[in-house]
Write a protein that binds this ligand. Structure first.
Ligand SMILES: [Zn+2]
Length: 525
């Protein structure tokens, strides 16, 4: 069966979301998981955008085996040189050069005319080709480009050596029938079209990203650019899991296949959500918490008789394990070991002992421990090495609050040099009081930009996961904490975030890339 190549851009387009912030180690962790998912290409970043992103792409190029490693560059010499420096060690590097083709981009963004823009694009492409054997060319804003001009650009860039030509719906303007026809017309009109792989990159501004992508595939596009959980600029990108599962579930219609190891989908989705601090909406297709929940009585009855009545995808094909076995404090080491390895985690003995210790304390509080809880515990341990610093850790806290009283928090933090520091602060609520007490200890004020708490399971004793974004001196960072006590989860998240800010201010080169991108490096593609 013919293949569709899956080009994942979670680490580039996905990371351009406001608030998303990955350090180089976190980007590497996601890239390694994308390799296990078996994507064909990983767009690791936009190296010119910041020293941190350059480092991240370089590390991924060195360490991640399997997929093609791609770096993005504008049609500018310094961008291309920097991108090449970042990926040259990859087993199979690819430079991805982009330039607008719509009149609004050519005239308003660059002040050029069509011919001059084409010339600039071809010059950049030839330069990229002189460095890297594999070059992809993106015609930014293709869906709003004059089709005759677009066809000419595609023909010329293939002639100049582009092995992949990407047709992006940069602003999410396309509709499926029209976008499918655009791809079919290019297939028919461009004489040398068979010398390159035709690719698409669709944004979800009208909720049509997956539909447009599939329409393009039906018309002959053989590479799709997409992201895990549909993350990306504005309303996001076409979602990897939707495209892959649509092709697989409707093989009878598409007669195509993607080489994805679908059993890694759920794990990848959770990892990306966790490290980026962006929860997956409950009704998200394929990976949402409710994607396989059947609540109506008629449906439940049908599912019990035969799952095919209301289920088109088997949860286990995505790597979702059954909920059948809920663990308790009495389950013991062996049962937990079993569960953890069934979830696909390979822990060292030392890591497992730490998870077991945390498991006992959670089991003690909430009696029944679900898979989702265990996943959080496991991730807390295996991703501990990803945090930049442990300048401060939460030692203890105490809050006094009640109806008509001003909440007051007493917080104790442990500092790196083994000193315990304490402060008391009032606040508009208990969490605000805790955050203010932390600021008092650290001696600087932080601005709280966003704060979320969500429950991991639906029980009353659920584990809470808190995510906070704070900023100071133009630097922004995310922190995350989990506990059965949401005040503790929030305090841990806040401490982690301020630790990261302190670290970033001292190590500007490791600052997450999006901080730099938002300062005016216009990327789109
Ligand atoms: Zn994009």
């Amino acid at each position: 069966m013919e293949r569709v190549f899956i080009f994942d851009t979670t680490l580039r387009d996905g990371e351009q979301i406001p608030g998303a912030c990955l350090n180089p180690r976190e980007k590497l962790e996601i890239a390694l998981q994308l390799a296990r998912l078996n994507v064909d290409a990983i767009e690791a970043g936009f190296p010119i955008s910041s020293p941190g992103d350059f480092e991240a792409v370089k590390t991924i190029a060195k360490k991640v085996k399997g997929p093609v490693i791609v770096a993005l560059a504008r049609a500018v010499k310094t961008d291309i040189e920097t991108a090449w420096k970042a990926i040259q060690d990859a087993h199979r590097p690819r430079l991805h050069v982009f330039l607008g083709t719509s009149d609004v981009h050519i005239q308003k963004k660059f002040g050029l005319d069509r011919e001059k823009a084409l010339e600039r694009g071809l010059d950049a492409l030839r330069f990229a080709k002189s460095l890297c054997p594999e070059v992809e060319y993106s015609t930014e804003d293709a869906s709003r480009t004059d089709p005759d001009y677009l066809a000419r650009v595609v023909e010329q860039v293939i002639k100049a050596g582009a092995s992949v030509v990407n047709i992006p719906d940069t602003v999410g303007y396309a509709v499926p029938q029209q976008f499918g026809k655009l791809i079919a017309d290019l297939k028919n009109r461009v004489p040398n079209i068979d010398k390159a792989v035709l690719s698409v990159h669709c944004h979800n501004d009208l909720g049509l990203a997956t539909a447009n992508t599939l329409a393009a595939v039906e018309s002959g596009a053989r590479q799709v650019e997409c992201t895990m959980n549909g993350l990306g600029e504005r309303a996001g990108n076409a979602s990897l899991e939707e495209i892959v599962m649509a092709l697989r579930t409707r093989k009878d219609f598409f007669h195509l296949e993607a080489g994805i190891n679908t059993q890694e989908i759920m794990k990848t989705s959770r990892l990306v959500s966790r490290l980026m601090g962006i929860p997956v909406q409950a009704n998200k297709a394929i990976v949402g918490a409710n994607a396989f929940a059947h609540s109506s009585g008629i449906h439940q009855d049908g599912i019990l008789k035969d799952r095919a009545t209301y289920e088109i995808i088997r949860p286990e094909d995505l790597g979702i394990t059954e909920h059948a076995m809920i663990l308790t404090a009495r389950s013991g080491r062996h049962a937990l070991r079993n569960k953890v390895s069934k979830m696909g985690y390979d822990l060292s003995d030392k890591e497992f002992e730490t998870v077991y210790e945390h498991f006992l304390s959670v089991a003690d509080k909430k009696k029944q421990v679900y898979d989702e809880d265990i996943e959080i515990l496991v991730q807390d341990v295996i991703f501990a090495h990803l945090s930049d610093t442990k300048l401060y850790t939460l030692e203890s806290y105490k809050v006094n609050t009640g109806n008509g009283e001003t909440p007051e928090a007493r917080v104790r933090l442990h500092r790196e040099d083994d000193i315990i520091l304490e402060a008391v602060s009032e606040g508009s609520g208990p969490i605000d009081a805790i955050f203010k007490a932390v600021d008092k200890i650290v001696g600087v004020l932080h601005k709280l930009e966003n704060f979320q708490v969500h429950a991991v399971t639906e029980t009353k004793e659920a584990m809470g996961v808190a995510t906070v974004w704070v900023s100071r001196e133009g630097c922004r960072a995310m922190g995350r904490g989990s506990s059965t006590d949401i005040l503790k989860a929030s305090a841990r998240a806040y401490v982690e975030a301020i630790n990261r800010i302190a670290y970033f201010l001292e190590h500007p080169s490791e600052r997450c890339s999006s901080a730099a991108t938002s300062e005016g490096q216009a990327t789109s593609a």
